[in-house]
Design a protein around this ligand. Structure first.
Ligand code: NAD
Length: 291
């Protein structure tokens, strides 16, 4: 754990926020977890409790450590509580206006010098930083899903992000047991610049009838050794999130090769968002397991 950092604020308790909160608490930090939707917040805390319980059952975690970890997690219903945070990680829905408003609020609330990091998959860190009076202390900290399992954090430096901010964020990534890479602030950074066109192409292949969903996913699993097929992965990420990222790649890079597949758009319009809504390219039981 970094000497100067004790308390980490996490805003947004969806699938990413809850994973970030869990990893931070397990790494010894006090965590302030907030979501504007209190039922999402409660569900996330329940989910983290369940994850830790499973580790205890498997003999990987002592019951006392589980209790200490849960005691470090604080449920926070308003952003004012972030005045006590030493570092804040934002993980709300992928929407520029929403995140910019939140960064403005966090900038007013948090002590000067506190780093405000965004877990955005594709939005401009430079633009988010411009919504604050501390652009040198704003950075991208892009965790991978599921956060407790995936080792990578993509650190994204905006136009004004200082070298010190980058180094402090790298040190935090290390304290969380992750490996950091650094990407420049262009739409989709490195990870989604490569991943999303592949997922989109898989959806186009389905849309055009090149193959059925299982055929497409099996080709990538067995033929390319991907642990998950691209359609199952899109369901896992969330189809709304995939569409939002593709729109950002398309608008930000201005190249028609990033045009989101009309089938993806239609599924999002129908509320088929993947695991989180129970239905995407595949059907899921409550809790997200394949049906
Ligand atoms: P999600 O839909 O599971 O969760 C988003 C949460 O944000 C919801 O609980 C919602 O209530 C909350 N929220 C919305 N507005 C808020 C506000 N103003 N204040 C507080 N909470 C608010 O989404 P997710 O998959 O966790 O994605 C969150 C972020 O992480 C996005 O920026 C996404 O691009 C990024 N990300 C997602 C993945 C992935 O695989 N899903 C991977 C890496 C990064």
């Amino acid at each position: 754990m970094s000497a100067a950092l004790r308390t980490i604020g996490v805003v947004g308790a969806g699938q990413m926020g809850r994973g970030i909160a869990q990893v931070a608490a397990q790494s010894g930090f006090t965590v302030l977890l907030h979501d504007e939707n209190t039922s999402a917040l409660d569900a996330s805390l329940g989910h983290i409790g369940g994850q830790l319980e499973r580790q205890v059952e498997k003999g990987r975690l002592a019951p006392a450590v589980r209790a200490e970890t849960l005691a470090r997690l604080q449920r926070v219903t308003g952003t004012e509580a972030f005045s006590a945070a030493d570092f804040v990680i934002e993980a709300v829905s992928e929407n520029q206006a929403l995140k910019a408003r939140l960064f403005e609020t966090l900038d007013r609330t948090c002590a000067p010098g506190v780093i405000l990091a965004s877990n955005t998959s594709s939005l401009s860190i430079t633009r988010l930083a411009a919504a604050t009076r501390r652009p040198a202390r704003v950075i991208g900290m892009h965790f991978m899903n599921p956060v407790p399992v995936m080792e990578l954090i993509e650190i994204v430096a905006g136009q004004a992000t200082s070298g010190e901010t980058i180094e402090e964020t790298r040190a935090l990534a290390k304290s969380l047991g992750k490996t950091a890479v650094q990407a420049q602030d262009y739409p989709g950074f490195i990870s989604n610049r490569i991943l999303m066109p592949m997922i989109n192409e898989a959806i186009f292949a389905l849309y055009e009838g090149v193959g059925g969903r299982e055929d497409i996913d099996t080709v990538m699993r067995l033929g390319m050794r991907h642990p998950m097929g691209p359609l199952a992965l899109a369901d896992f990420i969330g189809l709304d999130t995939c569409l939002a990222i593709l729109e950002i790649l398309h608008a930000g890079l201005g190249d028609p090769k990033y045009r989101p597949c009309p089938l993806l758009r239609r599924m999002v319009e129908a509320g088929r968002l993947g695991r989180k809504s129970g239905r995407g390219f595949y059907d899921y039981a409550p809790g997200g397991a394949p049906a």
